[in-house]
Design a protein around this ligand. Structure first.
Ligand code: KE4
Length: 424
């Protein structure tokens, strides 16, 4: 790590818990100190010491166009010139909501919020209000933001830090959250059949235990058992929405959930997220119905402008084909390098999201992900960082490619991977 980053981290730790504004940014599990970022452009980032990196974090998902896309910047500036926030309805948010409902047709109506956490928390409240039931089911190692009832056996930073949940979540709250393993349909059926389950919430492609796709038939099975028991099926597409396909994982796999949570990409790098679903469920939301949910900055004009422009660009011909091709080149390239150097490695990928697990076995759930050699991952991460490749600092996070990742970025990454894998 450079001198400026080290100085800033030292100062940050004095005034910010752990020196970071979100735990995943700390390099705790890989045994280093975080880089402080000065700027980004396209597929690259520069730290405050002037070193350039190929970026596979992409602000944890939103930057599917890369950093500082000129059309997105222009849209933000234009919106800002008219005022930064009104706390009142605008035409822009209507157009954006129409675009989201067209893009994700399972949503008859959608409510804008400012973070993925708000989206999932609000969707669960709506599902409970709609069904009059208490329990929710989540996946072991699934992460849906930091609402109390979802911080049970969570993935992402919680998994990275190796803690079972979070202090400060009451037993009363945790007892209504039931947890089953990803891709275990029989376990899910059992829990849902026991009754009183308001909602099942899943990432339709897990991204917070690393990228772990659904097994063939699993999502279909979820849809069937939840429909049979009147349980609301919530797809948390905060990560997968408009990333793995136009319209998200539900479009890619052809499954219609009752509710959908969106975030990251729909904010185009600014704070916007959304939840929506079937008309009867959304009719429960205030002021139409009794489920309260609100937000001072909800539908913020700058965030909506950035999201709208991002989705407009994604709708242009060939974008998802390009993301698929870039993802495939990188994913297959990494697998090949690992095979060549005899490093135990299980590569996963769905479209433009990927993970390389350092394990002999296959990974289909969190237990499988945890069998990875995290010490080897730490060495891999450090070696890649040194060679100018910025990966998420955890085995239990997905990597992302963007439309700005061209052949040069991928070549540079695979060159670095050869040099590092050789030493593992
Ligand atoms: P936010 O509240 O961080 O906007 O979104 C929460 C969230 C909800 N659902 C899914 C599937 C998510 O992946 C997330 C957030 N993901 C993490 C990284 N894996 C965001 C990074 C962070 O926590 O700083």
């Amino acid at each position: 790590m450079g001198k400026r980053s080290a100085e800033l981290f030292e100062r940050a730790r004095r005034v910010i818990p752990g020196g970071v504004n979100s735990p995943v940014r700390a390099f705790k599990s890989v045994g280093g100190e975080p880089l402080f970022i000065a700027r980004g452009s396209g597929a690259s980032l520069w730290d405050v010491d002037g070193k350039e990196y190929v970026d596979y974090v992409g602000s944890w998902g939103p930057l599917i166009l890369g950093h500082g896309h000129p059309e997105v910047l222009e849209a933000i500036l234009r919106a800002a010139a008219d005022g930064t926030s009104f706390g009142a309805p605008t035409e822009r948010e209507v157009v954006f909501a129409e675009l989201l409902c067209r893009g994700v047709p399972s949503m008859a109506k959608v409510r804008l919020v400012s973070s993925g956490t708000e989206a999932t928390m609000s969707a669960l409240r709506a599902a409970r209000g709609f069904t009059g039931r208490d329990k929710v089911v989540k996946i072991d190692g699934g992460y849906h933001g930091h609402a109390d009832c979802l911080l049970v056996d969570a993935g992402s930073g919680v998994a990275t830090l190796g803690i079972p949940g979070s202090a400060g979540v009451t037993e009363g709250t945790a007892k209504d959250t039931l947890v089953v393993a990803w891709n275990d349909l029989a376990a899910m059926q059992q829990v849902v059949e026991r009754g009183n389950v308001a909602a099942v919430i899943v990432e339709p492609v897990c991204g917070n235990m690393g990228c772990v796709p659904p097994r063939p038939g699993y999502l279909e099975g979820l849809r069937e058992v939840t429909a049979r028991h009147g349980t609301v099926l919530i797809f948390d597409e905060v990560m997968t929405g408009f990333r793995v396909a136009w319209g998200g994982a539900q479009a890619r796999y052809g499954i219609v959930p009752d509710m959908t949570c969106l975030g990251k990409i729909v904010g185009g790098g600014l704070p916007a997220a959304a939840y929506g679903g079937r008309a009867e469920i959304m009719a429960c939301i205030a002021p139409d119905g009794p489920v309260y949910q609100a937000g001072t900055l909800s539908g913020n004009p700058l965030a909506v402008a950035a999201g709208q422009k991002t989705l407009e660009i994604l709708q242009r011909p060939g974008t998802y084909e390009q993301l698929e091709a870039t993802g495939a080149r990188l994913g297959e390239g990494l697998r090949e390098v690992a095979r060549f150097y005899g490093v135990p490695f299980f590569g996963t990928r769905v479209g433009a999201m990927f993970t390389g697990f350092f394990t002999d076995g296959e990974v289909w759930d969190y237990a499988g992900a945890k069998r990875s050699d995290t010490r080897r991952f730490a060495a891999w991460f450090a070696g890649m960082l040194e060679r100018g490749i910025y990966l998420a600092p955890s085995q239990f996070e997905a990597g992302f490619v963007s439309l700005a990742h061209g052949d040069r970025a991928i070549d540079r990454t695979l060159d670095a991977a050869r040099a590092v894998m050789k030493t593992l």
